[in-house]
Design a protein around this ligand. Structure first.
Ligand code: C5P
Length: 401
């Protein structure tokens, strides 16, 4: 699977003749598995129509910052959060100037200011404009701010000049974009991740479960793969597509997840318990469907499930062990208590009282807690958050050795 699979790429198109190549770029990004939303500046719309980009991307094209209707749909902050990457192709000299000065005078610059995602620019302009000292000074500022610059290529230009300033070809852009999502920070490491809910059967047709979608765990799996880890996903039932480059073990109950986890954790370096495991299961599984009787209430007796992450943390060869704490009150206190009780190395705490994040949503905001520190990561997409968390785990793992 390409490292662009399931990535959400916001493609910014600014006003240069190379904008015609952006249409092909949308297609190529989609072929690599990414979803693409397009933002166009007014000048870009002089070169290529929003309708073309809408038809190719399958999304409405975003053009206005101060349009109440557009903001009521997906406004600049939502677009900034949606993006795993803001890719601007072509990027004109004027756009580079505005970005380097931190301006927010149109939709695209405002998104660039607001986003926590990486930004990549694919410059395209006349060779004289590229070589101009002002453009070069702006370029230095952008590079300093860790903005990725792809190209430009050298060669014949639309205006007849020859020199640097040609936009890279779509396939070259795809290759460089893919590299942004592979880090190598977990190369040679084995990572095991539990995800999704568990189901605890009551009778042949009923079960106890929870609302976990598995999205956070699956995003962590993808990020671990991108970081070069040999990755194992132990998943309860979810609607999500299985990642192609991980070993996937499907389980249903907490006991099955426990058995698979202890087996896989024996020789792993990093264990991440992102599953929402049912704490209890029915003491007995009714062999036949329970019939509705005359009585107004029935009693189910439940028994505690094994604590998977605590058992992994108790292994003689303990991996770096990370647990999640979904709490609706006293977030930090309860999460810290979990860290100690289960002997974890890190706890990722999220507040499920805020219903636009966490369980079953696309975004999350968390607090990373270890013995000595508490670090907050503000709201962003689960993919983006997963990459930041994996980078953080990789760094802690490396500093332990
Ligand atoms: O105790 P609590 O369920 O709140 O702890 C949450 C953390 O513990 C999560 O990381 C979850 O995956 C893990 N857990 C587990 N086995 C259980 C219960 C929770 O691994 N039986």
């Amino acid at each position: 699977m390409s490292s662009l699979a399931n990535k959400q790429i916001l493609l910014g198109v600014t006003g240069g003749i190379a904008a015609y190549k952006s249409a092909d770029l949308v297609r190529r990004l989609q072929d690599a598995g990414a979803s693409v939303q397009v933002v166009m500046t007014p000048a870009a719309q002089e070169f290529i129509t929003p309708l073309t980009m809408q038809a190719l991307s399958g999304y409405p094209v975003h053009t206005q910052l101060l349009d109440p209707e557009a903001e009521a749909g997906m406004g600049h902050i939502q677009l900034a959060r949606w993006a795993d990457l803001v890719l601007i192709a072509p990027a004109t000299a004027d756009f580079m100037a505005r970005l380097s000065q931190g301006m927010g005078n149109d939709l695209l610059t405002s998104i660039c200011l607001a986003t926590a995602a990486p930004i990549a620019l694919v410059p395209a302009m006349n060779q004289g404009m590229w070589r101009n000292a002002a453009t070069q000074a702006n370029l230095d500022i952008l590079i300093d701010r860790k903005i990725h610059i792809f190209g430009p290529a050298d060669g014949g230009q639309a205006c007849g000049d020859i020199g640097p300033g040609r936009m890279l070809e779509p396939l070259q852009i795809i290759a460089l974009t893919s590299q942004l999502f592979t880090t190598g920070s977990l190369a040679g490491k084995k990572v095991v991740i539990t995800a999704g809910p568990t189901r605890e059967a009551i009778d042949p047709v009923r079960y106890i479960s929870n609302y976990s979608s598995g999205k956070m765990g699956y995003a962590l799996v993808q990020a671990a793969i991108e970081a070069g880890a040999q990755t194992v996903l132990i998943s309860g039932p979810t609607q999500l597509a299985k990642p192609a480059r991980a070993k996937c073990i499907d389980v249903t109950t907490a006991e099955e997840m426990y058995a698979a986890s202890l087996q896989e954790a024996q020789d792993c370096d990093l264990f991440i318990a992102a599953a929402a495991v049912a704490d209890y299961r029915p003491t007995e599984l009714a062999p036949q469907k329970l019939k509705k009787g005359d009585s107004e209430s029935i009693t189910l007796t439940l028994i505690k499930n094994p604590d998977i992450v605590a058992s992994v943390a108790a292994l003689e060869r303990k991996p770096f062990t990370v647990g999640f704490a979904a709490e609706s009150e006293q977030l930090i206190n309860y999460a810290r208590a979990k860290l100690e009780r289960k002997n974890l190395d890190l706890v990722i705490a999220n507040n499920i009282a805020e219903n636009h994040i966490g369980f079953n949503s696309d975004d999350n905001a968390v607090t990373v807690i270890d013995k000595n520190s508490t670090v907050e990561i503000s709201q962003r997409s689960k993919q983006q958050l997963a990459r930041e968390l994996i980078a953080c785990f990789a760094q802690k793992l490396a500093s332990q050795l």
